[in-house]
Design a protein around this ligand. Structure first.
Ligand SMILES: Cc1cc2nc3c(=O)[nH]c(=O)nc-3n(C[C@H](O)[C@H](O)[C@H](O)COP(=O)(O)OP(=O)(O)OC[C@H]3O[C@@H](n4cnc5c(N)ncnc54)[C@H](O)[C@@H]3O)c2cc1C
Length: 388
């Protein structure tokens, strides 16, 4: 079963714009529920967007109850992924170790840990010395305390996409790569999508175009508040395994982990021009900022050779939470975007919840909380634990 090079069929029930992890996860879950009349339209290759460029971190350490519970379920789905989808995603639950440098960060950490514990997540507040017992190479000068949950972890992102895509196609969905959606007309019973491979009539349309979702929404006259932000990351030569958890500094958003192949994968955000366009160039400025920050906590990495550096688009919503559901004035046009730097870990659970919504009309609480209108209503509660 291969992504088709032909033109899409003329009509379908659900057209999904974007073949990233969100679009594919939803398509997979629709297939599991017997919905096969689905066409996925992807402008580039599989894993072209953020889904093919990310750090693969999956964690339950969040500042809101909803995110903690959703990620806990998502990690459970990651654990059964090989069995359910038939592909190895290389999940390694080595934990996440967050480091605090100030009393303000300690207080935030205490609040988050209390909430996580109430949600059944066993995060512990530990001292700098205890953190060094988990990562012996850590320089703990200036580290006030740390938060550690041993059940967080990392995955290898690409097999998620391969597995979801294969299973969605097996259930009857069409996947069209190198197929750009350039215009959308609203019709009496749905939409007509103009693509680089011809027209497609769809009863319903799902905008899962990640950092490009505002441009796709504009095709039906909807303005979204999410903005693209370039996020850079690199990987080094492989080293003998020495680092168990993903380590992150709250003060700068630096994060680093060691992959199953031994490479150190690490990223940090650098300021950028915000003109609404998606930028994917790699910058020296990132390398210098990252090198300074990472060698301050892991001096042994000053000798390591960088093999690859790349950028991907964060899809940043104003409060750090996704944007889901239909805008009030366009029924049948569904939004699934605004996942910032944590969409990968949300995709397994969001796919399940969204497919239920599309098939049975069930309204999981997340649809109310993540509705587009919350921004004009002024009822948003920003997530504190955004990294990068
Ligand atoms: C460097 C980096 C590190 C990250 N680290 C993590 C992490 O550790 N953990 C985590 O959970 N998340 C992480 N993220 C975030 C995560 O990758 C994203 O939230 C997630 O992949 C978003 O998936 P998506 O399907 O919404 O978007 P994407 O993967 O970007 O997919 C959208 C797709 O839509 C396509 N598209 C756009 N416009 C059109 C059009 N007009 N027609 C057809 N197709 C179109 C694009 O080509 C793209 O493939 C990271 C992101 C980056 C960039």
């Amino acid at each position: 079963m291969t992504p088709t090079a032909r033109a899409p069929k003329p009509e379908c029930d659900i057209a999904i714009i974007g073949g990233g992890v969100m679009g594919l996860s939803i398509a997979y879950q629709l297939g599991k529920r017997g919905v096969s009349d689905v066409v996925i339209l992807e402008r580039g290759y599989l894993a072209e967007g953020a889904s093919g460029r990310n750090g693969g971190g999956v964690r339950m350490q969040w500042s809101s109850e909803e995110n903690i519970l959703l990620m806990r379920e998502s990690i459970e789905l990651c654990r059964s992924f090989a069995q359910d989808v038939g592909i190895n995603i290389w999940l390694r639950q080595g934990g996440y170790l967050f480091l605090a440098r100030s009393e303000r960060e300690r207080a935030q950490m205490e609040r988050n840990i209390a909430l996580q514990n109430r949600c059944g997540v066993p995060t512990e507040m530990i001292s700098a010395d205890e953190a060094r017992a988990i990562v012996p190479e850590l320089n703990t000068t200036g580290i006030a305390c740390a938060a550690y949950n041993p059940h967080d972890g990392v995955v290898f992102p690409w097999p998620f996409l391969w597995g979801y895509a294969r299973e969605a196609m097996r259930s009857g969905a069409e996947l069209h790569l190198f197929t750009d959606v350039t215009a959308i007309d609203q019709a009496s019973s749905g939409f007509v999508l103009h693509t680089s491979k011809g027209k497609l009539r769809a009863k319903r349309v799902l905008n899962a175009a990640g950092a490009w979702s505002p441009a796709v929404a504009r095709l039906v006259g909807v303005e979204l508040p999410n903005r693209p932000h370039r996020h850079e990351i690199l990987s080094t030569e492989p080293l003998k395994p020495f680092l168990k958890p993903m380590v992150s500094l709250l003060s700068s958003g630096l994060y680093f982990s060691q992959s199953m192949r031994g490479e150190i994968v690490t990223g940090i955000s650098v300021d950028d021009v915000d003109d609404g366009s998606v930028k994917l160039g790699a910058r020296l400025q990132f390398l210098t900022k990252l090198a300074r920050e990472i060698t301050s906590v892991m001096p042994r990495l000053s000798e390591v050779k960088v093999l690859r550096q790349w950028a991907g688009p964060y899809d940043v919503s104003p409060d750090g939470h996704p944007i889901l559901g239909e805008p009030e004035n366009i029924p049948g046009f569904y939004l699934c975007c605004g996942f910032v730097g944590h969409g990968f870990m949300m995709a397994p659970i969001i796919g399940q919840i969204y497919a239920e919504h599309l098939v049975r009309g069930t309204n999981h609480e997340v649809f109310r909380r993540c509705r587009l209108s919350r921004f004009v209503e002024g009822v948003t509660e920003p997530e504190q634990m955004i990294l990068g």
